[in-house]
Design a protein around this ligand. Structure first.
Ligand code: BGC
Length: 270
């Protein structure tokens, strides 16, 4: 399929945290679907450039943009640059996120604040800028039925408690209610806001969970589908969620988790 037949043809997407992992996978999936992509990164310029190269090889368009999503001024600047270069922003993928794991009684205030700043405040700052642009522009029917779309990267841990990761789980629980509240507030303006809740996806963030055969075997106990997820699994879901095929979908979390939420411990027990 050519890009001009893609589900996101002609639309402009900002993808935060797009220099690696799920963000990088979404950037290339969006480029294949015809979107022009803003590849945000905070420190890994070389990796961001590689993602851009892939996008260009696919015949896509885009540029890399350095911004720390937890800094209001840098977020504003990123949106200003996207609008200057591409005219507007149609889609925000609020993907940037990190883990700083520790037993709760050893969790430092710094580790708490850092995770909440990137994973939750960062999503707030980017979503607010996106909504401002969507309201300014309104619906352009040739591009999309919506005035704009936001895809928040959540996690199965917006639902599943996670010992040793209280800061991360709290941030994703927060993302869920942020997403639903703004979905409710702006649905009448034709802005759609949804989340993707990945399970274990093969990326650097959870390297320890799949790098050795033993770790991988252990991980599969949590996954009824009996395989780790790949970034392409999330990329495809993210294309659909931002496309007009999902025009009547608003305020949901689409879990892409191989059944991790199905209480796999009950498979042969209980
Ligand atoms: C985390 C991963 C983890 C997965 C399933 C994700 O949100 O970032 O580290 O493997 O949830 O537990």
């Amino acid at each position: 399929m050519s890009r001009s037949q893609g589900k996101l043809y002609g639309q402009v997407a900002i993808i935060t945290g797009a220099s690696s992992g799920i963000g990088a996978g979404i950037a290339t999936a969006y480029a294949e679907a015809g979107a022009r992509v803003v590849i945000n990164y905070s420190s890994s310029e070389d990796k961001a450039k590689k993602v851009l190269e892939e996008v260009l090889q696919l015949g896509g368009e885009g540029f890399i943009c350095k911004a720390d999503v937890s800094k209001e001024g840098q977020v504003r600047e990123m949106f200003r640059e996207a609008i200057d270069r591409f005219g507007t922003v149609d889609i925000l993928v609020n993907n940037a996120g990190l883990q700083k794991d520790a037993p709760f009684h050893e969790l430092s205030l710094e580790e708490w604040n850092r995770v909440l700043a990137i994973n939750l405040t960062g999503q707030f700052l980017c979503a607010r800028e996106a909504v401002r642009e969507f309201l300014r522009r309104g619906v352009v029917p040739e591009r999309s039925k919506a005035a704009g779309k936001i895809v928040c990267m959540s996690s199965v841990h917006e639902t599943i408690p996670w010992a040793g990761h209280a800061n991360y789980a709290a941030s994703k629980g927060g993302v869920m209610m942020l997403m639903k509240s703004i979905a409710q507030e702006y649905a009448p303006k034709k802005i759609r806001v949804n989340s993707i809740g990945p399970g274990a996806i093969r990326t650097p963030i959870n390297h320890g969970a799949w790098k050795t055969p033993e770790a991988y075997r252990n991980l599969l106990k949590l996954i009824p589908s009996k395989r780790i997820g790949e970034v392409e699994d999330v990329g495809k879901a993210a294309v659909w969620l931002a496309s007009d095929d999902a025009d009547y979908v608003n305020g949901i979390t689409l879990f892409v988790d191989g059944g991790m939420l199905l209480y796999p411990g009950f498979e042969d027990n209980g």
